[in-house]
Design a protein around this ligand. Structure first.
Ligand SMILES: [Zn+2]
Length: 136
């Protein structure tokens, strides 16, 4: 038979274990103060800006993947944090600009613009040539 003291000690130990268990359960999972979910923003490399305030990603301090819909074909694409870092810090894109078209439509749009420029310059050249020949 157990003595009263032994019983009390056992009860105390069990109570302690129970309390410890509850505390360990109640504690929220530890997280870093600022979870880093993408490439860090290097403010020194951004194109200069002032007019409309500090952009979200600058305030956040890192880039996060951003879903967007192509304005031409409606396809859903992801603008990744890495692509954003390149656009803002290497290509020096405006901090207020974002993606408009999917990769395929961007290529098409670029080709269309190049062609329009070529036709325009050709027209100017023809005009200048006519002028030169006319004034002879
Ligand atoms: Zn598209």
């Amino acid at each position: 038979m157990k003595s009263g003291k032994q019983k009390r000690t056992e009860i105390k130990v069990k109570r302690k274990q129970r309390v410890a268990k509850i505390h360990s359960r109640a504690k929220p999972p530890e997280r870093p103060l600022r979870p880093v979910l993408g490439p860090p923003v290097n403010e020194a490399l951004l194109a200069p800006y002032k007019s409309y305030g500090v952009p979200d990603f600058v305030q956040r301090g890192f880039y996060v993947d951003m879903p967007f819909q192509c304005k031409d074909c409606g396809k859903h694409e992801l603008w990744t944090g890495t692509q954003q870092k390149w656009w803002y810090e290497v290509a020096k894109g405006s901090v207020y600009s974002g993606p408009l078209r999917c990769r395929a439509c961007r290529r098409k749009e670029q080709a269309r613009r190049d062609e329009a420029r070529r036709v325009h310059l050709e027209g100017l050249e023809r005009k200048a040539r006519r002028k030169r020949e006319g004034s002879k």
